[in-house]
Write a protein that binds this ligand. Sequence first.
Ligand code: GBH
Length: 466
Amino acid sequence: MDSSFSFPAGFVWGTATAAAQIEGAAALDGRGTSVWDTFAGQPGRTKDGLGPAVACDHYHRYEQDFALMRALGVKHYRFSLSWSRLFPDGDERRNPAGFVFYHRLIDAMLAHGLTPWCTFYHWDMPQALEARGGWRTRESTAAFAAYAQAAVAAFGGRVKHWFTLNEIPAFVIHGHKLGLHAPGAMEPPKVVNQVFHHALLAHGLAVQAVRQHGGPGAKVGLVHNPEITVPFAETPEHIAAARTIFAQTNEHLLAPLFNGGGYPASYLERCGADAPEHTPEDMTLIGQPTDFLGLNVYRGHFVRAGADGRPELLPLPEGFPRAQAAWLHHVPQAMFWGLKFCAELYRVPEFYIAENGVGYHDAPGMPAHLESVHGWDEAARDLSGEILDLHRCQYLRTYLQSLHRAIAAGVPVGGYFLWSFMDNFEWADGYVSRFGLVHLNFTTQRRTPKLSAQWYAEVMRRNAVI
Ligand code: GBH
């Protein structure tokens, strides 16, 4: 083992999931419908028309899943709460059975030696709230605040690490502008910008909920997915070019959260008449101090300083290494530059990698429709029945080496959560894109750790990239 790839003592190693992607039991015990149940039920929205109704049936199998985590040596677990399981109508009416479920779930985590890291919002708004206008309305932020307060009050004795919202740009843009994610809307810019503002406001309100009800030792932060730019060559001019585009792309979210002073003038100018309605009080709430920033890192975009010194985003050529999800290019140095640029440009106290991982699809030529849930990794089994996902091990290894480099360069990173513990409902990609360390046979619900699970267990055990 190369000891130069050792991580700092106490580094947090974990795995991540989200409620709508693993729980199933969508209509059970008083849970309300979420926007993803509705979206997946509409024709042509998700791959093979499949939805989150059953998923990994984690709702009934969490004991087994936590036992498997413990066997692999996982000590930290990022999961999310289903808002519509706790508040089925997105209003003040509670579902007591939902609270009972999460009390049991958290008890089971602790019993298996897992430290919970809980996300309030991983894209599954109650459908009833969406029907009243959803994130387009300011009322939704009040409903979200009430939900977050109730969750912290109920679970805050045992949950000390909270993430507010997962990937605001993803559900704002994919959900409300491009129509590719729930609720499948294609709104004009003014509405999209207002949805964005309400999401930031929801973040601020969730931070406030944790501060008021979280009890001693409670910590909270956002999970963001910055579009990460990397210099095509690591020279000062290309690094500066990549940093310039990084700032332009991410400042409207990160500056109000970490640098104070509200939205940057450049953002408001760019929006013009479509700028979101916002008050100085909103911006104070949005900018209140948090304990950390979670970053989801999957890919990067190459930049160079052009002939006249102007930053240029470079298109990727045909054949550039990527996962079978077309968006997921293999650019491991995104881990280093994403952290480095965030640390240089914004006053972030501490970072966690809240997600990093890779998905693979079906074997070419496999019939589509339901057969596809068996997936590529199943096809990669060798004769002894192992799933030899060396592509995933290779991807993860290179990203972790890049993370190591960021820490060595002085970026304060407290931990890393691998996406995902097990194959699950991959949103619009249905069940074909598998991100798990653990293979799921979605017909039998059988769990089988892949070779990458064995590899990651060793990484965690040795606190080093291997
Ligand atoms: C994360 O999103 C999510 O937090 C997690 O739930 C998910 O399972 C995981 O990544 C793997 O995808 O329209 O072709 O550009 C990562 C960011 C934003 C990437 C939406 C995929 C849509 C594909 N995602 N994007 S495309």
